[in-house]
Design a protein. Sequence first.
Length: 379
Amino acid sequence: MTSTGLKTRLQRLDGFLEQDPNNQSLLLDAFETARQLRDWPHAARYAALAMSQWPDPLWKLRAGEVALAQLNWDEAEKWLEAVRHDLLAGDEIRCAAEHQLAEVMLHTGKPDAGIELISDRFEGDGAASSAPAAQVLWLRLLHRVGRLQDVVDYAQRWETAGLLSSLAAGVASLAALDLDRSDLADRLAEASLQAGHRSFEALIARASVCLGRADAAAASTLLSEALQLNAHDGRSWAMFAFAGLLEQQFDQAIVRFETALAYMPDHVGTWHGLGWALIQQSNLARAKEVFEHALEMDRNFAESHGGLAVVLALAGDVTGATSAMETARRLDRTSVAARYAQAVLTGDHKDTQRLRQLAARALTGRGVVGEQAAQRMLQ
């Protein structure tokens, strides 16, 4: 039935319920119609009306589902816990409640509790492992607690058995990426996206692969879509910033780096990215502030000292640049930024090809882009 048809049906059911509010069949029909429309306020009203008359576990489960859909975590947890402890709830209803409760745990910063709730369903090859929604939830919980290898292991096990859902493949692609298995990440993400599942994880994994290949246009398109799903993800904004550098859109890149830092202010690599973007614009005063801030966060990071050395060298402060460069080399004899600063001090910066190579290696060291992409950022 079309959306218009469902709305017409819901209006008709509303009229019937005004005449017969105690008719559970009508209430259930109205609830299901509202759920199909994703009209959660109406669905919540029907659930509340039913609960006032028949507080059975199934209506508690429906009330929890509506609260979950409205991102009302406390309300959802209340109803779902009530189902779990309802002696009249059968195994199927209790299982559904635990699944939804694990979703609440995922979104409220308690993934360990979510794992504990549903872990028994993922021992061996239980039925839950073939359900796409269960796969996705389980992999996201594991990823959230940092069990990246477990995410990849489960995905590959299901894939071998022909059970891996395309949506779960997208979730697993991000864990593969975080394990530096870019080929696997690319394959899983592409399979998910080709199947029409535009999950946040698949978009980010694929965008990262595109950045590594210096395909800024594709990366930017994917990241724009990902940020529509989660506009508060600092990692996505940082990648978007590097895509801007690759396209030599320095003003946009700086804004994106600043947005990324608003969400993850303790990520040194993003501060470095901002510093290098400012260097590209010859905004040395601000770039100096950025690298000094990075040093305040961690004075034992060679590339922060090296980045500061580059800024000071470009500004003509030979003494300051030399001191910062030597500190960087004491911490890491292979410091790329220190080599960059040395190139500036010795006049080798006139060799633009060498300068780009040094800067590319510095950017690559931030762990966000590949060297090919980094070199193109500096062309």
